[in-house]
Design a protein around this ligand. Sequence first.
Ligand SMILES: CC(C)(COP(=O)(O)OP(=O)(O)OC[C@H]1O[C@@H](n2cnc3c(N)ncnc32)[C@H](O)[C@@H]1OP(=O)(O)O)[C@@H](O)C(=O)NCCC(=O)NCCS
Length: 434
Amino acid sequence: MTDKALSGIRVLDMTHVQSGPTCTQLLAWFGADVIKVERPHVGDATRGQLRDIPDVDSLYFTMLNHNKRSITLNPKTPKGKEIFTRLIEECDVLVENFAPGALDRMGFSWERIQEINPRIIYGSVKGFGPGPYQDCKVYENVAQCAGGSASTTGFDDGPPMVTGAQIGDSGTGLHLALGLVTALMHRERSGKGQRVECAMQDGVLNLCRVKLRDQQRLSQGPLREYPQFPHGEFGESVPRAGNASGGGQPGWAVKTKGGGIDDYIYVIIQPQVWEAWMKTIGREELISDPEWATPEARLPKLDQCFAMIEEWTLTKTKFEAMDILNAQNIPCGPILSLQELAEEPSLRDNGTVVEVDHPTRGPYLTVGNPIKLSASSTEVVRSPLLGEHTDEILRDVLGFSDNAIAEARAAEAIGSEHKLHEDEHPVPMPEAGA
Ligand SMILES: CC(C)(COP(=O)(O)OP(=O)(O)OC[C@H]1O[C@@H](n2cnc3c(N)ncnc32)[C@H](O)[C@@H]1OP(=O)(O)O)[C@@H](O)C(=O)NCCC(=O)NCCS
């Protein structure tokens, strides 16, 4: 058992769907005691979304809520408010990603939360920051569109595209996790909590930083590493760049042997490996040809460069090409399908792809903690069933007696959803914080 970096930190987790749960899952992986508050008998909506097995928590839910405990509690009831207030007193961090104003409507404004516990850190995700859209409800793709990602993704002659990477939801959850840990560090010195807010639009724009760079470069002339150069047109705004490299080194996805939809390799023509490239593809005559030998000379004919390279890659599988190019320090990477990633042994070995057992669904694959700490390793613990820890949390965190728990249940402040069946195996939760 390693010493968990965040052990002793208790998180009151009011999050749902993806953005907030990504954040609190990271905190839980680092050892925080994350208490997920869910609506009695309903729970996080994702428990039932995209279900692959009837009446079993969806993979959407299980893959975003590892290492947490679940309590069902309705802070809209008088008794529920009392319990929620006591939980605020006992927690270091409160996180939520409801639609704007939802927590205030429950009677828990930031002012009230601070009154209850001046040391608490209150984190929230919203779609937009202060401004014309501050009251909007927002999901992933809306954030991708509003944050500059969609307008810069896809091909020039196609519509704006959203990406498969969940940069609006999971990306903002990551930003929030950093904000919360930073606020915890600050509390060490100041003794005070503070509010941490992350807007999904801001988070996406932060990840599109290089596109705002290019927007400003555009006023100085065409973007010469973009596929629109030199034959196409540039308008007033950064165009979609297809598979062109976002950095200063030209890159493209070229086809490989096999002809499958993911039989591609992404290759980069770093200036220092031009010679190695030309030797590899059998075009030694271009190594010192002034028409090709310098990055400047190549910029107007990158399409021809990648076409020459593709002639060669088409004779190799993406893995053969990878081995040959890698041996020469040529930057490149295979386009991997999710099936290939799920089966990749090295990802299993390093805990990035993990098989988890679940009492009602059985074994499933998930992505483990991508952040590896040498002194605080992550054990991925299955997600909690709805209300699985209601009684345990009331007893251990708030010191409730069995009678007090029964009273709260009779007052419909807490739910009575889940009792483990005999064939279900409770999995020990990470140590609770002090
Ligand atoms: C994601 C989102 C669009 C979902 O909207 P939604 O399904 O309508 O859910 P809401 O956040 O409005 O919450 C629904 C209601 O449930 C209530 N609720 C939540 N937990 C509850 C609980 N434990 N007990 C009782 N009521 C509860 C809320 O108080 C709210 O009620 P209200 O509208 O009467 O105030 C919205 O929450 C949102 O915009 N969040 C911020 C941005 C974000 O994180 N988006 C990405 C999600 S991955």
